[in-house]
Design a protein around this ligand. Structure first.
Ligand code: ANZ
Ligand code: ZN
Length: 813
């Protein structure tokens, strides 16, 4: 037989599978459906080994499910709108569309070289009008449902990328997640989605098989706080408002309030501030505007602020407390005002220390002597300095105080969320246009559905001005109002690309439907996604928005379920020389080179072998060589003829046992996505088969079954190699249409032997035991045997001699 030539067989089989449409799937199948989804790649240019690490194991799993009798859809596409394309346009003078589609061609080719079961007829590309028409349509649906609105708001602005960023795109110490430059604040009219309507539901992952840490991150992202809204009395000449509202999670500490702190942007600040304090307050507010929210909330940052000169009244005890401003209070959270309780809040304590403001303990620490405290006490305790609530546990006073305030009408229990509405406007060209028209007569008018898509004009100019290039495309901007027919202007911002990826999993169900964004019957068949795999970096944004989207569509009556992804799995990171791959380190692994050298099958298998998938692993060239050698051994084992010698029943039974044991191990491991141990079991099995072939003690039929099993079990991991071997064995095409081997539990059992037990060399017992029993277990068994105990009772065991699987001699004195 010939040598194993991966390049040759891989290309051959890829072409044949494609020509035969082997991996095409549709809804008319008697089999149960299985929707296996991998996060689609961004069209950045090249597929790197990290993409392979995300995609090859998930393809193996999808293939396994297919062989297990499921109707598997495992689609792929491209996330194609976004900044890099536009930056390429600015830098290299190439149109974003051209840049993107060139990358698609290249990446598609690379993806094909992997030998995955992607049904290419289902490919979606988010920047094509046939796709973004529907992204626009979803905008209209959300608008109709009251979930999209326009508002002027301070936004995160990256001066270097010249764009507005969502909160989630501000990372680290207030840096842009794209260019890592500092982010500042700026006011703009923007479109928002009311994701906050779903805050509670988004915290609930009931029924989802998701990693605990992702669920925790999402819950923290929602940031639900229960507490109370409390009103303080305002009596400032010339100020109409008579009450100042604060949000607190500790209404039980309200008698400990010794000052008030407003965000410098709080709308009352200017009017409350006295003449004497005006300059200081304005200077401080100006200084604050230069800080990011993250800087402001940082616990390390020194707490400073300025007195406004005004006072408010604590309506519970009639006390007047001074009103300060400080940057640690955020305007957009709660009511942008804090009742400061320095005795029980660390930030307030630091602030009080700095400005010599009084500290009043209202919840007693254990053994409290009534004197000054050294730091804020945030624990539980009995109430003091709190009128009729004194002596109660503070947890009880929490309720008592809320009840009292609710009865008096100046406070009430409430819930607050950190989650903000989703800001989707981008001042960029390369995104789906927001289908809205502004008319002087009619105001904001949605583009009628029949006029979709609003196409991106081709002739835009790309300048890093911070304004959307669409603003200057006059043919695009100037239009007629769909309502009155008068002149209208189009919205020139485009949508956040997270909007495109919030529904792509629905599009795969009916990728070319011209009537629907997603065909209802087909979507009902395929959705929800049974397993979604991808990087943990998408814990909040993509996964969170997709869940919001699904819930919103459910509430519009467009979907019948509220969760898109039943199971979520995050793979780890593949490193090289124990470091993250990067161009600057020069340790980037280029998969194409390895595919050309040793084949896609080896690259796939190696990636699955380097470590548990969820933990990642380290790529090294000698490791991958090991996989190649293994495949060559498998090749020889399968293709070189087996010559049975004299049959041996025991050898045959052992072969069958090993086969069934391996099948069991491989099935249970793949089911748990434990590819590394699955492959180790297959290697061990190969190591068993090679000498067994030499020994030639089993029948041709038994040998054949063993080798069939090996090839079938290899098929999900090394699809080309398995197909080639299957053919060379004269089996029916295709190996990928076969059932995955199943095991017979009875055949996995180790046979029994009779263990001869001697005491001081004399036969005392014959005990049935498993053939592979070790010395320790054998000694245990013997020492517990009645007959043996007669001879060992009261004696000291000097030594034990064990002949594996045969005899145990116990020497006693
Ligand atoms: C009084 C108090 C006493 C507080 C005490 C805490 C401890 P979370 O859990 O994050 O919701 N706060 C309220 N609005 C704020 C804003 N806009 N910017 C900064 N801080 C704000 O935090 C709620 C607590 O953070 C609130 O409860 C308030 O301080 C502060 F012993 O009120 B607390
Ligand atoms: Zn009009």
């Amino acid at each position: 037989t010939e040598k194993y030539e991966p390049q040759e067989i891989e290309q051959k089989w890829q072409a044949k599978w494609a020509a035969d449409g082997l991996y095409k799937v549709n809804e008319d199948s008697p089999k149960p459906k299985w929707y296996a989804l991998t996060m689609f790649p961004y069209t950045s240019g090249d597929l790197h080994i990290g993409h392979w690490y995300a995609m090859a194991p998930s393809d193996t799993y999808a293939r396994y499910k297919r062989m297990m009798g499921y109707n598997v859809m495992h689609p792929i596409g491209f996330d194609a709108f976004g900044l890099p394309a536009e930056n390429a346009a600015i830098k290299r003078g190439i149109h974003p569309n051209e840049w993107t589609l060139k990358n698609v061609v290249n990446m598609r080719q690379q993806l094909k070289s992997m030998g995955s079961i992607y049904d290419w007829e289902r490919e979606v590309i988010t920047c094509l009008p046939e796709y973004y028409k529907w992204t626009e349509w979803f905008f209209l649906k959300l608008y109709e449902a009251g979930l999209a609105y326009r508002s002027k708001a301070p936004v995160n602005w990256c001066p270097s990328c010249q764009t507005v960023l969502a909160n989630e795109q501000v990372v680290g110490n207030g840096e842009c997640d794209r260019c890592e430059g500092p982010v500042v604040k700026r006011d703009l009219e923007q479109w928002f989605f009311r994701i906050t309507n779903y805050a509670d539901e988004l915290m609930d992952h009931e029924g989802l098989d998701w990693p605990e840490r992702i669920k925790t991150m999402q819950r923290n992202w929602v940031g639900r706080s229960t507490g109370a809204e409390i009103e303080f009395g305002l009596d400032v000449p010339g100020v109409a408002e008579k009450r100042l509202k604060v949000f607190t999670t500790r209404p039980d500490t309200v008698y400990g309030v010794t000052f008030m702190v407003l965000a410098p942007e709080h709308p009352l600040v200017a009017r409350l501030t006295t003449m004497e304090q005006k300059d200081a307050v304005e200077a401080y507010a100006a200084k604050t505007r230069r800080l990011t929210e993250i800087d402001r909330l940082s616990t390390e940052k020194e707490k400073d602020g300025v007195f406004t000169g005004a006072y408010v009244e604590n309506l519970l005890n009639g006390e007047k407390v001074p009103v300060w401003i400080a940057d640690y209070v955020i305007a957009s959270y709660g009511s942008g005002a804090v009742m400061a309780v320095p005795a029980h809040d660390e930030r307030d304590f630091a602030f009080a220390q700095k400005y010599k403001l009084p500290v009043r303990v209202v919840v007693s620490p254990e053994d409290y002597d009534g004197g000054p405290i050294e730091s804020a006490y945030t624990g539980e305790g009995l109430m003091r300095n709190s009128a009729q609530f004194n002596g109660q546990p503070n947890t009880a006073a929490f309720d008592g105080i809320c009840d009292w305030m609710e009865a008096q009408g100046f406070g009430r229990r409430t819930v607050n969320y950190k989650l903000r509405d989703w800001l989707i406007s981008r001042q960029r060209y390369w995104g789906a246009p927001i289908p809205m028209i502004y008319c002087d007569n009619c105001g904001i008018v949605p583009v009628p559905e029949k006029d979709l898509p609003v196409l991106l004009p081709e002739n835009a100019e790309f300048k890093p001005t911070g304004e959307s290039p669409l603003k200057y495309a006059e043919d695009f901007v100037n239009t007629t109002c769909p309502k009155c027919g008068g002149p209208g202007k189009r919205e020139t911002d485009t949508m956040d690309t997270f909007m495109c990826s919030s529904w792509y999993y629905l599009r795969y169900c009916s990728p070319h439907d011209t009537e629907f964004a997603f065909n209802p019957a087909k979507t009902r068949y395929w959705m929800p996604v049974d397993i979604y795999t991808g990087g943990a970096e998408h814990a909040v944004m993509h996964l969170f928005y997709s869940r919001f989207f699904t819930k919103a569509l459910r509430d519009m009556g467009l979907l019948e379920f509220g969760e898109p992804f039943t199971r979520l799995f995050n793979q780890g990171i593949i490193t090289s020389q124990h470091a993250k791959m990067s161009k600057s380190r020069g340790n980037v692994v280029n998969p194409d080179k390895y595919v050309a050298d040793i084949g896609a099958d080896a690259v796939r298998a190696y990636l699955m072998f380097v470590g548990p998938w969820e933990l990642g692993g380290d790529w090294n060239d000698s490791g991958i060589g090991g996989i190649s050698r293994w495949f060559n051994r498998v090749w020889k084992l399968v293709t070189e003829t087996y010559q049975p010698g004299a049959p041996d029943a025991e050898a045959e039974a052992e072969l069958i046992r090993k086969t069934h044991q391996t099948i069991r191990k491989v099935n249970t491991d793949i089911d748990k996505l434990q590819f590394n141990t699955m492959l180790a079991a297959l290697m061990e099995y190969t190591n068993y088969l090679a000498p067994a072939k030499e020994a030639a003690k089993v029948s041709a039929e038994a040998w054949r079954q063993a080798v069939d099993g090996l090839v079938l079990m290899l098929a999900p991991t090394a699809p080309h190699l398995a197909e080639e071997l299957w053919q060379q064995m004269g089996q029916e095409y295709s190996v990928h249409n076969q059932s995955f081997p199943s095991w017979d539990e009875a055949l996995t059992a180790e046979p029994e032997i009779t263990l001869i037990v001697q005491v001081n060399g004399k036969l005392r017992a014959r005990i049935p035991a498993p053939a592979d029993i070790n010395e320790c277990r054998a000694t245990d068994l013997a020492m517990n045997h009645e007959r043996v105990q007669e001879y060992t009772a009261g004696k000291e065991v000097k030594t034990v001699i064990y002949v594996p699987g045969k005899l145990l001699n116990i020497v006693v004195k």
